[in-house]
Design a protein around this ligand. Structure first.
Ligand code: GDP
Length: 140
């Protein structure tokens, strides 16, 4: 299986509830290595740019407001099939539909305040990692 990298974000609902360590433990238990990590408070322009792909969706403005409502923790995760492995660890977008043991099932508040973001493809992972990190900040 290929060693991949993916972008993860611990969202404001989770940082507010002091769950960064819990999320990190669940990611590590899933076989993912946190090879870069930083905490930051996104500006509206930054959140709009990151979620530009969702600009036409009805929840876009709410999503941008939520993602700027508090600090986030952006991370690069590395491991075998890291993109799919992280999506599996995260669970379904709607925590009510997420499988038991997943981060969203155990920790998320709602379909919007769902605690974590994870890239959905290797191609998007490369773009999203470059959005947050310079190469010199990633130590594999
Ligand atoms: P993901 O890949 O599982 O994160 O899901 P999407 O790419 O479809 O959506 C991006 C993010 O938008 C989700 O993680 C949620 O935070 C938010 N979101 C998705 N669907 C909805 C919705 O129906 N309502 C609201 N308010 N937010 C949503």
């Amino acid at each position: 299986m290929p060693i991949e990298r993916t972008l993860s974000i611990i969202k404001p609902d989770a940082t507010r509830r002091n769950l960064t360590g819990r999320v990190n433990a669940m990611l590590e238990a899933a076989g993912l290595r946190i090879i870069a990590q930083k905490r930051l408070h996104l500006t509206t322009a930054q959140a709009e740019a990151f979620y530009a792909v969702h600009a036409a969706r009805p929840f876009y403005r709410d999503l941008v407001t939520f993602m700027t409502s508090g600090p986030v923790v952006a991370q690069v995760l590395e491991g075998e099939n890291a993109v799919a492995r992280n999506r599996e660890a995260m669970g379904a977008t709607d925590p009510a539909k997420a499988a038991p043991g997943t981060i969203r099932k155990e920790l998320a508040e709602s379909i919007e305040a769902n605690s974590v973001h994870g890239s959905d493809s290797a191609e998007n992972a490369a773009v999203e990692i470059a959005f947050f990190f310079a190469g010199i900040e990633i130590t594999g």
